[in-house]
Design a protein around this ligand. Sequence first.
Ligand code: UFG
Length: 331
Amino acid sequence: MNILITGGAGYIGSHAVKQLHALGHAVVVLDNLVRGHRAAVPTEIPFYELDLAETDRIVELLLRHEVEVVMHFAALTYVGESVQKPLWYYRNNTAGAMSLFEAMERAGVKRCVFSSTAATYGEPDEIPIRETNRQAPINPYGRSKWFVEAILRDIVAADPAFGFVALRYFNVAGAAADGTIGEDHEPETHLVPNVLYAAMGKRENITVFGTDYATPDGTCVRDYVHVDDLVEAHILAMNTLRDGDARFYNLGIGRGYSVKEILDAAKRATGRDIPTKFGARRPGDPARLYACSDAAQRELAWKPRHTSVDEIIDSAWRWHTAHPDGYDASG
Ligand code: UFG
């Protein structure tokens, strides 16, 4: 299949490029390199340093490569930053997606797999979270993605030959098994890489945000899914796309781990002590978030392979120890 991967130089997008390329698909990457890394994409893969706003150039690219399906990863993804810079988030994530969909319409591309997020649910009414749970995002990041889900629904309503699957990610972590690509964000806010940076001495310590939550050990509980399992769900979704599809799936393992459990797993994986501080709650963090991903398992035949958090952290540790400066050292 001829596939455009937007955000293909980013953390999750680059893992999608790797898997799809290995399966023999013709992959093309678009990335504006604001957060992505050119070195995360193999040189043999056609690469376009383009912004989603450049509609005309995206039309040309889609036509030139006879693209059949778009996997749309390109986005800004920090909740806190989105609160500080809402317009930047809406421009990149919402207006950017609209520009991409307009380009797809003009080029006649009618298949899309869209990266959505658990942040579209906001504070969940029930745990585990099901796709039918009320969506009420509580920050601009979540809203910027929720709007895109609504736009996609409207596109299908207007054109029954269009079809999309939106995948709502929980906490994505880990790295490719061969250690060649992994997570390298600047700034980095996520728990798993920051815990490992503390183990490596790249940062002085890790602060646990809040110890007084109504959870078994008082720290927040999240659902950690391995990036390669997550990407596999995208491929299964792509393979099942049909005219008129407007489908939504949660992607999580369906088991929650507390921040303290992640610290313990990181100690096991690294064999090192992790200098830890206990601090105040981070505003906007719900106590517990984990998915019911039965729908993806049933309808996409998705079977996450890395179901223990130890495996996820082991793979991240391999990447970070092999690339202590991330992609910087490799360009
Ligand atoms: N945490 C710490 N210390 C840190 C970093 C994080 O204690 O230095 C805690 C957080 O409070 C949270 C957990 O670790 O309880 C996980 O935090 P992350 O920042 O790694 O991830 P989030 O759960 O905040 O965010 C993830 C995705 C977002 C998505 C959100 C949906 O990264 O893109 O889930 O709720 F929006």
